[in-house]
Design a protein around this ligand. Structure first.
Ligand code: ASP
Length: 333
């Protein structure tokens, strides 16, 4: 069994400096402090790829990480990536589109407290990630607080607490209890040959609807981008009373893809449910169903990396590429 651990920085690799916590530890130093050693007949290798706070992570870095992961497939049985937690859900989602159908487990993890601090969650999260990396279950996952979640389904939900990640609109895949891995739900991934698609267009905007947003302000905000994700309210819809955002969206959606997600944490959007939603559909809005905001945004970048054609992008967004979207949408209950 060969496991590769790729370091990219984050709190897990941080120590205190005069200017606050800064990523600076190598993977070998992290493994040493965490007391993680290769099992018998096992080899653990390390690759220090980046050393950044994940606030600084750029879409080009996702491609660098994706390339390292893709090139490692023939040589390793499992890969762990250590990463800052702040943008980890964007990286795990983007990576799932850039590197499709991985033949081995690829597990991202991080920690809320630096490994150099007493009581850090880093050793525990790393152990969970390494345990899952040994499982042979292909796919891109996030390991945090004993849970294994699908990479396209996670969001950071807590900026301080240790249980910082949740799987949204999808069950946890597995959990670790002591040394034991308990699989709850094998994800239904589309399947196919491993592939690497290194083209993204990061020139997109995520606009949160707020009551009273004018069409003029909205159009000014989205002028410079090639694609838009609107965070609507509840099941989704575009306001048209008083300030007519709908006609602005209707014009815009002919030129660039306009996607809709929800400000609600759970449930996703269903634009067929309300009249405001149906009007949004008629105005050309592309629904993102039960995708996370991170998956929807990175999928939009990835789709725009393929084409600028709005109808083709609509098709790509609606298709399940890496487990990010449920085929059958649950009804309200
Ligand atoms: N600011 C850190 C980062 O995202 C937070 C963390 O890793 O928990 O790199």
């Amino acid at each position: 069994m060969r496991i590769l651990i790729i370091g990219t920085g984050g709190t897990i690799a941080s120590a205190m400096t005069e200017r606050g916590y800064k990523a600076q530890l190598s993977i070998d130093e992290i493994l040493d402090i965490a007391g993680i050693k290769a099992g018998s007949g096992e080899i653990i290798e390390s690759l220090d790829l980046l050393s950044v706070d994940s606030t600084l992570m750029q879409p080009e870095d996702w491609i660098t990480i994706g390339k390292a992961v893709f090139e490692a497939f023939g040589e390793y049985d499992g890969i762990v990536i250590t990463h800052g937690t702040d943008t980890l859900a964007y990286t795990s989602s983007a990576l799932s589109f850039i590197v499709r159908n991985p033949p081995i487990p690829v597990v991202l993890t991080g920690s809320m407290l630096p490994i150099t601090e007493p009581g850090s969650d880093a050793p525990r999260n790393l152990r969970t990630a390494v345990t899952f990396a040994r499982s042979g279950m292909p796919g891109i996952y996030v390991a945090f607080m004993d849970k294994i979640m699908l990479g396209t389904r996670v969001s950071k939900v807590n900026s301080l607490g240790l249980n910082a990640f949740q799987s949204i609109n999808y069950p946890d895949v597995a959990y670790v209890k002591g040394e034991k891995l308990v699989v709850r739900q094998s994800p239904e991934l589309p399947g196919g040959e491993p592939s690497f698609y290194p083209k993204l267009n990061p020139n997109v905007a995520d606009i949160r609807l707020t009551p009273g947003l004018s069409p003029e302000a909205f159009l000014a905000l989205v002028k410079a981008v090639n694609g838009v994700l609107i965070e609507g309210y509840g099941a989704g819809g575009i306001p048209y009373r008083g300030r007519n955002l709908l006609s602005a969206v209707s014009g815009l959606s002919k030129e660039k893809p306009v996607l809709m997600t929800t400000q609600a944490v759970y449930g996703g959007v269903d634009l067929t449910r309300y009249e405001v939603g149906r009007r949004a559909l008629e105005a050309g809005v592309i629904p993102t169903a039960d995708m996370t905001k991170e998956a929807a945004l990175t999928k939009l970048m990835w789709a725009l990396g393929h084409t600028k054609n709005v109808e083709k992008i609509r098709e790509i967004i609606g298709k399940n590429v890496a487990g990010e979207i449920s085929e059958i949408r649950p009804r309200a209950f």
